[in-house]
Write a protein that binds this ligand. Structure first.
Ligand SMILES: C[S@@+](CC[C@H](N)C(=O)[O-])C[C@H]1O[C@@H](n2cnc3c(N)ncnc32)[C@H](O)[C@@H]1O
Length: 290
């Protein structure tokens, strides 16, 4: 393993990390301080293994200490790795089923050097996760949550869909970018959206809407009209990650989950919801049957 977590992990000795690596695995990518999987292990017992992944070694060492102090080291481990560069090894080599991959409160997508969710990670997950595996995405910034959702819809090769829980639990609507885009005035759309963004962030690029047809059972719909800029002949592979925020897919209709479907918060979630009373944007995906 690389000392700074930048290089891909080459091989993982799962038997050295977990007592029984054939158990279902829960993964927390960008786990930070790591209490999320520790709380899950407490709550769920030893039915599953839990892996926290982060580049920040000091946090991981402390979290491994917490797991040891609670006699959970046989089923809870924190690993230093770049989640993107190491995704194929991480997810492709685990001997048991991968049940849940959580990506919560990642650094904003504008900070590309700390970027976790993008084409590379989504394509790796789409190719190695088995039907039924869940992917849970959450952020306290709607643009970051939207970016992650769009990445899975666009680059997931039709292998993911929104979990049914969105139909049975409380949800709230996504920002109505579609309504704005339907004005067919890309320049004013961009301006309106920029005003929204600059209230919370710096450095968001002004871009026009992107709508493409993708393949698969939960495909995105192309709502554009012939002649729209960027419409003709475009497929998922041609949409740059810089355009993801403007991708007009169908998953936005599922809305954001009003409550954490996993039932366990991360440190960031506790801060956002309890200290700042802020809103969280959540979506639960499931790897669908091919
Ligand atoms: C804002 S913190 C959120 C931590 C935690 N998920 C939470 O909700 O409290 C983002 C974390 O992602 C980690 N991170 C950023 N890029 C990463 C990458 N490529 N691979 C693994 N972890 C990464 C950072 O080190 C940091 O701990």
């Amino acid at each position: 393993m690389s000392p700074n977590g930048k290089q891909p992990v080459e091989i993982i000795d799962w038997g050295a990390l977990f007592e029984d690596p054939s158990k279902p695995l829960v993964v927390d990518l960008g786990c930070g301080a790591g209490r999320y999987i520790l709380l899950m292990a407490h709550r769920n017992g030893r039915r599953q293994n839990y892996l926290g992944v982060d580049v920040h070694k000091a946090l991981l060492d402390r979290a491994n200490g917490w797991a040891a102090a609670r006699s959970l080291s046989d089923s809870v481990h924190y690993l230093q790795a770049n989640a993107v560069a190491s995704a194929s090894v991480l997810f492709g080599s685990y001997p048991g089923p991968i049940e849940l991959v959580s990506i919560q409160y990642p650094d904003p997508q504008q900070r590309r050097q700390r970027h976790v969710v993008g084409r590379e990670l989504v394509e790796a997950l789409a190719s190695v996760l088995k039907p039924g595996a869940r992917v849970y995405l959450a952020s306290d910034f709607e643009d970051t949550a939207t970016y992650m959702r769009n990445a899975f819809e666009l680059y997931g090769a039709g292998r993911f869909c929104v979990d049914d829980i969105h139909a049975t639990q409380l949800v709230f609507p996504c920002k109505p970018l579609t309504t704005l885009v339907k004005t067919r005035e890309p320049s004013s759309v961009g301006t309106l959206f920029m005003r929204e963004k600059t209230r919370t962030r710096d450095g968001v690029r002004q871009q026009g809407p992107v709508s493409v047809a993708t393949a698969g059972p939960n495909e995105a719909t192309s709502e554009g009209e012939p002649g729209d800029p960027g419409q003709e002949g475009r497929g998922a592979s041609s949409v740059d990650e810089d355009e993801l925020l403007w991708f007009q897919g169908s998953w936005q209709q599922a809305g954001w989950l009003g409550e954490n479907p996993i039932g366990v918060p991360t440190e960031r979630e506790v801060y956002v919801e309890k200290a700042t009373m802020g809103r969280v944007y959540r979506i639960l995906l499931v790897r669908s049957v091919p």
